[in-house]
Design a protein. Structure first.
Length: 160
């Protein structure tokens, strides 16, 4: 019967012949974790503010409903209470929608700011690696710059 070859040793030898800088992976992981933390902070702050707006809106609506549901002396008073409630609700809705729009605008601005900073960081690291390669005459470090840009911009080709 034929024995299957154990490729574990072969793969260990093969992977050992390719040096890997784990510090670069660790740095990238920390950078990504930091960006994720900042983005999560933006999202959670927006969720908190949105919840506050919704809660206030609900409380205001319930207060107006309480006032509207009180017994009236005349039938015409019920119509007036309904009209007052409808107009007050429409006014509050417009105010709250504007407040939600402000939250969304802030989230958008903060997110763009974070992503632009992250893009500059990636671009700056790639440029530094490229310059280091030129100083050392290391062709791999020079190519590293193009790899970082290609990762950031998939439409750009890898340069030789």
């Amino acid at each position: 019967m034929a024995k299957t070859q154990d490729f574990t040793a072969v793969f260990k030898d093969m992977m050992g012949s390719f040096p890997v800088d784990t510090a670069a992976f660790e740095k990238q992981f920390k950078s990504q974790a930091s960006l994720n933390e900042k983005l999560a902070s933006v999202a959670l702050a927006a969720a908190e503010k949105s919840t506050e707006i919704s809660s206030k809106w609900t409380k205001d609506t319930l207060a107006k409903l309480t006032e509207m549901s009180k017994a009236k002396a005349e039938p015409a008073d019920y119509a007036k209470a309904m009209t007052d409630f409808a107009s007050a609700t429409a006014e509050v809705a417009a105010e709250n929608m504007a407040a939600f729009a402000e939250v969304a605008k802030k989230v958008q601005a903060d997110t763009v700011e974070l992503l632009m900073a992250a893009g500059k960081d990636v671009s700056g690291r790639g440029h530094r690696r490229h310059e280091e390669g030129h100083r050392r005459g290391d062709r791999g470090r020079q190519e590293g710059h193009h790899e970082v840009i290609a990762i950031s911009h998939p439409s750009l080709p890898l340069l030789p």
